[in-house]
Design a protein around this ligand. Structure first.
Ligand SMILES: NC(=O)c1ccc[n+]([C@@H]2O[C@H](COP(=O)([O-])OP(=O)(O)OC[C@H]3O[C@@H](n4cnc5c(N)ncnc54)[C@H](OP(=O)(O)O)[C@@H]3O)[C@@H](O)[C@H]2O)c1
Length: 303
């Protein structure tokens, strides 16, 4: 087995060992995926914003998997950082076996009040981050007949009021991935969408959900939505490790489905989306939404 050094670290270059790269590995699903793949015998390139300065993150895994855990700083909105990480992986390993585009967050607010720079940031991270990472790593993935997991969401197939920007970013990830399936299959690269329902990670804390001023026509809707979300968050009992184990087991398969849905909530949403006729589906959603977002007649939107 050949070994090489980068700075002070020495990593294994065992040619039979598979390499997986995870974005957004500093928290939630991403951080757990790093541990799961290391446990499973993979070489893991864990990437995250300023990861090399955030030494506490893998303090437990680092000493155990010192020769298989590679920590690299990567903000998925920065093309120079994507380029450096791709050059590093390309120069050190035979190629890339698995790319997990996990980095993401939610920007929840009424469209009318959305701030342009924030709208762009939402798409930069969730959609363009996924797109440019995939594009840059394709030569390495082709070399190893690898696969790409793109994190979508239940919001990637179901529109929900006040979350339109997040939904748009995840619908875009869905469209891109579905198209890539046929484009990349002849090159031996498979793609798979991961569609989790609600899981308690740091997602709720990272959510950018600016408060709506009381005079806003959307104040009541937003207030009702915040209450619903808080109630749901206390009820979320689904274990994020189910998603992480699910991704791991998919990665071990020779053939991937286009979509993998996780959680009772997401599977139920998918079921009604798929089997209810459109009219009935929309009617049911309208009923649910009007119950959740009942407008106060005295609100400014009454006019
Ligand atoms: N939790 C859920 O219920 C749920 C449901 C459906 C889909 N998802 C999706 O699952 C994925 C992971 O989310 P999570 O639930 O694990 O939430 P999380 O705990 O908040 O983790 C999100 C990760 O994304 C990273 N990130 C954000 N912007 C980034 C950027 N510009 N460059 C690199 N990394 C960036 C964060 O880094 P920092 O530590 O630097 O902030 C963090 O590591 C997301 O794509 C999310 O949309 C989550």
């Amino acid at each position: 087995m050949v070994q090489f050094a980068t700075g002070l670290k020495i990593f294994q270059t065992d040619a039979t060992m598979k390499t997986v790269l995870v974005t957004g590995a500093t928290s939630g699903f991403g951080e757990m995926l790093v541990g799961r793949f290391l446990d499973g015998g993979y070489r893991v390139v864990a990437t995250g914003r300023d990861l090399q300065k955030r030494k506490e993150i893998f303090s437990v895994l680092r000493p155990i998997f010192a020769d298989r855990l590679i920590e690299l700083s990567l903000d998925v909105t920065k093309s120079n950082e994507i380029q450096s990480v791709a050059e590093f992986v390309g120069s050190q390993f035979s190629g890339l076996d698995i790319l997990i585009n996990n980095a993401g967050y939610g920007y929840f607010c009424p469209l009318e009040e959305a701030v342009h720079d924030e709208v762009r940031r939402q798409m930069e991270v969730n959609f363009f981050g996924t797109l440019f990472m995939t594009q840059k790593f394709l030569p390495l993935l082709r070399r190893n007949h690898g696969c790409v997991f793109n994190f979508s969401s239940v919001f990637g197939f179901m529109g929900f009021p006040l979350t339109g920007l997040y939904c748009a970013s995840k619908f875009a990830v869905e469209g891109l991935t579905e198209s890539l399936r046929g484009e990349l299959r002849p090159h031996g690269v498979q793609v798979c969408l991961i569609q989790p329902g609600g899981y308690r990670t740091r997602f709720g804390e990272s959510l950018f959900c600016p408060s709506t001023p009381p005079q806003s026509p959307y104040a009541n809707q937003m207030g009702a939505y915040q209450k619903l979300r808080e109630k749901q968050m206390t009820k979320v009992s689904q274990n994020p490790m189910d998603v992480v184990n699910g991704v791991f087991h998919l990665a071990e398969r020779s053939s991937l489905p286009l979509r993998a849905t996780f959680g009772r909530d997401a599977r139920f949403a998918k079921l009604i989306r798929r089997f209810l006729p459109n009219k009935i589906y929309q009617y049911c959603l309208d009923k649910v939404f009007s119950k959740i977002f009942t407008l106060d007649k005295n609100s400014p939107s009454g006019g």
